[in-house]
Design a protein. Structure first.
Length: 456
């Protein structure tokens, strides 16, 4: 129950039967959008919570874009906006509740564009983004050297980048992840905007009672409310390594819990915590190798991208060790696939035990692993890690009844010596690993000192 003052309670009682309008931007997925003519999205889900807690019926006044939504609330076509950022201009006619949601904006461009360390490197270039968007106003103020092409919808922003009429586009991270179209066109994230984008409910100044109730409703939001909405819109892809039987088991358990919740709200909070754990396990499975528990190739590549982005700022080396076991096939052939699996698990542990906490190992398939090194000052230090892993793997492993021995061939490629982007760096490390195999296996080989881009 919400704690309300007598005045708020009285206002609520008077307005409970009336319909209060909010202005809704139909083209801002995943925050606001229409499905079969009905509002949906992250902000709409928050409004659902406010509706339930306040007991007021809110009706959408649908507008085609953000500029129109802003103009409509200013005109008085509606009483409030569910999600808006506080700016001095808007404060002339709107009151803003405490922020309840943070949006992160990224810059998105064609794949041939380099990652940027500082926004200053975009001076003189054109960036497309939402007209009347608070983020564009911030950009104009903080980075006046960047040219702006302001458009109305996310689709138009995308089209400008695709047609080379803008160098990059500003996009909320959630939209980039949710919007399939970005991926069709193979755009990539080249940087982020360090602009805190705190979202509040914005209520017209002539509705002070409604504003004070919205503030109470916003303050009533708890961890579980945010987590339920974030989870609903969190996008992840199930990778090949997922153990489907386990996955089906988890889904069945989650469904059973949902049924239980339906019939027993007395133990509501305990059940929500259990569901969260099941969901977290699903997300974990999607990003990790089911056999060894190590991060998957997909996760490894994402971490490598992030490390390369960081290194633009820190100027530190980023190394990739590409590890392939020698003679692994013979273990499968002589002792069976299960013995092979047991060996892979122990090999993963041996690799991990050779690393510092800042390094990351991933299994990328079969008997191949990569290790990401970010904390070394010299290439020689990375070679030392490679040799340490080589030694850790060159021991006798017990797999079931058998004792087996393998060795490892390891390739090392280092940014910025050998390549600048994640894919080329992986390719160089892979090639170096093959060199190690050719040289007789059980050795660590550094990539040739020729950059991948130049080598073609
Ligand atoms: N047990 C098990 N085997 C796998 C798995 N994934 C791939 N393999 C097998 O691993 C073997 C890898 O082949 P290779 O790397 O060519 O074998 P290798 O004997 O290590 O050869 P070199 O690398 O040239 O030394 C293949 O026989 C695959 O069938 C797995 O998850 N479990």
């Amino acid at each position: 129950m919400l704690k309300l003052t007598d005045a708020q309670q009285q206002w609520l009682t008077q307005h409970q039967q009336r319909q209060i309008k909010y202005c809704f931007n139909a083209n801002w997925a995943p925050y606001d959008s229409l499905k079969d003519g009905k509002p949906q999205g992250i902000f709409h889900d928050y409004l659902g919570i406010f509706t339930q807690r306040l007991g007021i019926e809110f009706v959408p006044h649908i507008t085609p874009d953000w500029t129109a939504a802003l103009a409509a609330v200013q005109r008085g076509d509606c009483a409030f906006l569910v999600g808006a950022v506080k700016t001095p201009e808007r404060e002339a006619f709107l009151n803003f509740t405490s922020p309840y949601f943070s949006m992160y904006n990224v810059l998105v461009a064609k794949p041939d564009k380099p990652f940027i360390g500082s926004l200053d490197s975009l001076n003189g270039k054109s960036i497309s983004g939402p007209r009347n968007g608070a983020v564009m106003q911030w950009l104009a103020k903080e980075h006046p050297g960047i040219k702006q092409v302001n458009v109305v919808t996310g689709d138009e922003t995308l089209a400008l980048v695709m047609e080379d009429k803008a160098y990059a586009a500003v996009s909320p991270l959630d939209s980039f992840v949710a919007d399939y179209k970005w991926q069709i066109h193979n755009l990539k994230i080249i940087g982020k905007l360090d602009y805190p984008y705190p979202i509040s409910v914005a209520v017209r100044k002539d509705q002070p009672e409604l504003f004070s109730l919205m503030e109470v409703a916003v303050n009533s939001l708890g961890e579980a409310d945010h987590a339920a909405i974030t989870r609903k819109y969190q996008s992840f892809t199930v990778v090949e390594e997922v153990d489907y039987r386990k996955l089906a088991g988890i889904v069945a358990v989650a469904l059973a819990l949902i049924g239980y919740l339906y019939y027993s709200n007395r133990r509501l909070s305990g059940e929500i915590a259990r569901r969260q754990r099941a969901e977290a396990e699903l997300v974990h499975l999607a990003h990790h190798d089911a056999l060894t528990g190590l991060p998957s190739l997909r996760m490894g590549m994402a971490q490598l991208d992030a490390a390369l982005l960081r290194s633009q700022r820190t100027r530190k080396l980023v190394g990739v060790l590409f590890i392939d076991l020698d003679g692994f096939k013979a273990v499968n052939d002589n002792w069976g696939h299960q013995a092979g699996d047991a060996l892979l698990k122990q090999a993963a542990l041996a690799i991990q035990s050779s690393l510092r906490s800042s390094d990351m190992a991933a299994r990328i398939g079969g008997d191949e692993f990569i290790v990401l090194l970010e904390d070394a000052d010299k290439v020689e230090d990375m070679m030392v890690v490679g040799r340490k892993i080589q030694q850790a793997l060159a021991c006798t492993f017990s797999v079931g009844e058998a004792s087996v021995q393998v060795t490892a061939s390891i390739g090392l490629a280092v940014h910025p010596l050998h390549a600048n982007d994640a894919e080329s760096l992986m390719k160089m490390a892979d090639q170096a690993m093959y060199e190690a195999k050719r040289a007789g296996k059980n050795t660590v080989q550094m990539a040739n000192n020729i950059r991948q881009e130049q080598a073609g």
